[in-house]
Ligand binder design. Structure first.
Ligand code: ZN
Length: 299
């Protein structure tokens, strides 16, 4: 059977002007073309729509991305600032260590050896900051230990100083020095003679306890004070004393009054300083402060 040829279907589009003189415009198009045009129109509408949606999503994402970058930059800056601060802390600690060691050197103490090593390996910036901070914390703890050691040392020094003869027992003229002499008696003079008015107060030159308060031949009324650390002081020719044997006395306390008991040519104080009961020149002990006193201790 012969097939009937398919009849082409057409659509005509007409543009009719309202103006009577205007030309009528008509366009005759096959159905296929019309369908293709409709399809194209819908497809391009879809394209435009979807690209609009897509670009709005994209732009929103871009905003997020920029925000994230800004936040990241901010965090980096914070880490940088932090790292700079940490470096400053390290610098301060290093200076502290130097000062600590200088102080130790001045005091004749050994340098403090740090047990903390700073690692040199490359790390992430934030990890570096953290490890630096941990090291700083440890170093500070170490310094606190060192400082408490120094504090302990200082308190010992203060105690030692309090027990070291360091002042004049009586302010007056030195009329006879320590050592060999001819006047008023030939022989070795075991102390200093300091002139003073009869009854002038005599002050003990360091903390200690009275190991003797009584009469001694030649010395007259005498007070001996034991200061510990092998040191003692003796005050002779007193008119009277205000302390008893065994009594604790503190530096500067009045223990006796100037007199002329024993062998004297007039009222004065005979002052002795003894190291392990051996008389030494008291001049070295007349004006000591906590720093100069340490020179005496090393002898
Ligand atoms: Zn004397």
């Amino acid at each position: 059977m012969k097939q009937k040829p398919k009849r082409q279907r057409y659509y005509t589009f007409m543009v009719v002007p309202h103006d009577p003189e205007g030309k009528t415009f008509s366009l005759r198009l096959p159905l296929l073309v019309v369908r293709a045009a409709v399809f194209l129109a819908i497809f391009s509408l879809f394209l435009v729509g979807s690209s609009f949606v897509y670009s709005s999503i994209l732009s929103r994402r871009l905003v997020h991305y920029h925000k994230a970058i800004a936040a990241n930059r901010q965090q980096m800056k914070v880490i940088d600032d932090f790292s700079q601060e940490t470096a400053k802390v390290h610098q301060a600690i290093t200076e502290l260590v130097q000062e600590d060691n200088e102080l130790r050197k001045l005091l004749g103490l050994k340098n403090w050896r740090s047990k903390i090593k700073l690692s040199n390996k490359k790390e992430e910036r934030s990890e570096q900051v953290t490890s630096d901070l941990v090291a700083a914390e440890q170093k500070i703890a170490e310094k606190q230990e060192s400082l408490s050691e120094l504090k302990e040392w200082v308190s010992q020094v203060r105690l030692r100083y309090a027990n070291t003869p360091s002042r004049w027992p009586l302010y007056g003229r030195i009329v006879s020095r320590f050592g060999y002499r001819i006047y008023p008696w030939r022989g070795f003079h075991t102390g200093l003679d300091i002139s003073g008015l009869y009854g002038a107060p005599i002050r003990v030159t360091a903390n200690g306890y009275v190991s003797f308060a009584g009469w001694r031949r030649g010395y007259g009324r005498t007070v001996v004070v034991n200061h510990g650390f092998g040191k003692s002081t003796l005050y002779a020719h007193c008119s009277r004393f205000t302390v008893q044997q065994g009594q604790q006395v503190s530096k500067g306390q009045v223990i006796a009054y100037v007199g002329n008991t024993g062998y004297t040519t007039g009222p004065h104080l005979h002052y002795e300083v003894r190291e392990n009961n051996k008389p030494v020149n008291p001049v070295a002990y007349l004006d000591l402060n906590i720093l100069t006193a340490s020179k005496i201790w090393r002898r």
